[in-house]
Design a protein around this ligand. Structure first.
Ligand SMILES: Nc1ncnc2c1ncn2[C@@H]1O[C@H](COP(=O)(O)OP(=O)(O)OP(=O)(O)O)[C@@H](O)[C@H]1O
Ligand SMILES: CC(C)(CO)[C@@H](O)C(=O)[O-]
Ligand code: BAL
Length: 372
């Protein structure tokens, strides 16, 4: 069923305009039927104004596309709490460093649209039994010219532009390895929030530092929106869903599960009553070291190697590293592994998109809940 709002015509896309931008995904752009696609700021603002006049509420879910169940979980939660959901699909160049994977980041426009249409059908069915189920009303898929009108966007550390910087949070953990990352995230989110003026914004727990940075930004800049954090969606064995998982292939996926296992080992230590950094992170490091040492003992055609970037035990608000967990407050356990390209592959091996040659950064975290 169409959810077009009266008086707002379709600002739909053309294949050529999509192909002109880094967010372009595929050769043919299918037109969605149950929501509108907006490519510029003024048109989606027009829709937002109309919704406001009708006392409707907007939940906004920013994404970089390549949608998976983790993204859909954010949208389902947004549908429980708002009448209308806006989803953005934009691969934001300023959060990728100059040597990072901007060009290889997965872009899957057609399947993204299909997934969102199917989800809207599901929400429609749910809505028949409940007055509160919202629907996806708009996809915002801007060009970089729309998002960065003044200058071509810069990913240089000392590059020019209008940026939002949140320090020192942005310099820790992910920020230490990806120095422009949170400047890019905060900047694009501020722009997206200004354009869509949502009642609520939805972020995944999987990117825990991002949630802390966004909450800080919203508070410090008095952005009038509520930040909602939704728990990490995982595969059955615990691997956190991530758009980049498509590059893993079978071998690196199996070894990549170590990311989750290290965190679980540390969590178990905490749940068993340990509170010191040495005890909690020691349990995690032991798993990471053991698995790596086993992999190193295998031949290049059998193994998958990785580098542990960090394993962190940090304060939930400041992300300062902790020596002892204050059990009244809890802590954030987080880690990042760099899965190296496969050294040798076997015939017929499932090596994932990019034939096992693309390095994959895997991040994950577990919240150590406060206990009395
Ligand atoms: N497994 C997940 N569970 C819950 N939320 C998730 C999950 N994966 C991503 N998200 C959230 O979806 C939003 C959009 O994320 P994004 O489009 O970067 O996908 P992604 O899977 O995190 O990609 P990548 O891991 O490759 O960076 C973010 O708020 C992110 O935290
Ligand atoms: C929030 C976000 C969409 C900003 O580009 C991105 O960092 C992401 O997908 O997590
Ligand atoms: N989900 C975080 C986006 C990134 O890694 O660039």
């Amino acid at each position: 069923m169409s959810r077009l709002v009266n008086g707002v015509r379709s600002f739909s896309t053309t294949a050529s305009s999509f192909l002109a931008d880094a967010t372009a995904a595929s050769q043919s752009i299918r037109q969605p039927s149950s929501f509108q696609v907006f490519r510029d700021a003024s048109s989606i603002r027009g829709l937002r104004r109309q919704l406001l006049q009708k006392d409707r509420t907007v939940g906004f879910v920013p994404t970089m596309g390549a949608l998976h169940e983790g993204h859909l979980a954010l949208i389902r939660q947004a549908a429980r709490e708002n009448t209308d959901i806006f989803v953005s699909i934009y691969v934001n160049p300023t959060q990728f460093g100059v040597t990072e994977d901007l060009s290889s980041y997965p872009r899957t426009w057609d399947t993204d649209v299909e997934k969102l249409e199917k989800l809207n059908e599901e929400l429609e069915r749910l809505g028949e039994n409940s007055a509160s189920a919202g629907r996806i009303t708009a996809i915002f898929a801007p060009t970089s010219k729309v998002m960065y009108p003044g200058l071509p966007p810069s990913s240089e550390i000392d590059g020019h532009g209008s940026f939002v910087t949140i320090t020192p949070l942005s310099t820790k953990l992910e920020g230490a390895s990806r120095p422009v990352f949170f400047r890019g995230v905060a900047t694009v989110c501020m722009k997206l929030f200004n354009i869509t003026t949502p009642d609520r914004v939805y972020f995944g727990q999987k990117d825990v530092q991002q949630t802390v940075v966004i909450k800080r930004m919203v508070e410090d800049f008095h952005v009038g929106t509520q930040v909602r954090i939704i728990e990490t969606t995982r595969e059955k064995d615990g691997l956190a869903l991530s758009s980049r998982n498509v590059y893993l292939g079978e071998r690196r996926r199996a070894v990549g599960l170590t990311v989750y296992k290290t965190l679980k080992a540390a969590q178990e230590a905490y749940l068993a009553g340990k509170t010191s950094r040495a005890d909690i992170l020691g349990a995690a490091q032991k798993i990471a070291d053991e698995v790596l040492s086993t992999q190193r003992g295998l031949s290049p055609a059998e193994r998958a190697l990785y580098e542990v970037d960090y394993i962190s035990l940090a304060d939930p608000d400041t992300l300062d590293e902790l020596e002892i967990v204050d059990t009244a407050k809890g802590a954030v356990l987080s880690t990042a592994f760099k899965m190296a390209p496969l050294e040798e592959t076997k015939p017929d091996e499932d090596c994932g998109l990019g034939d096992g040659k693309v390095p994959v950064r895997l991040i994950d975290n577990i919240i150590l809940q406060p206990r009395a």
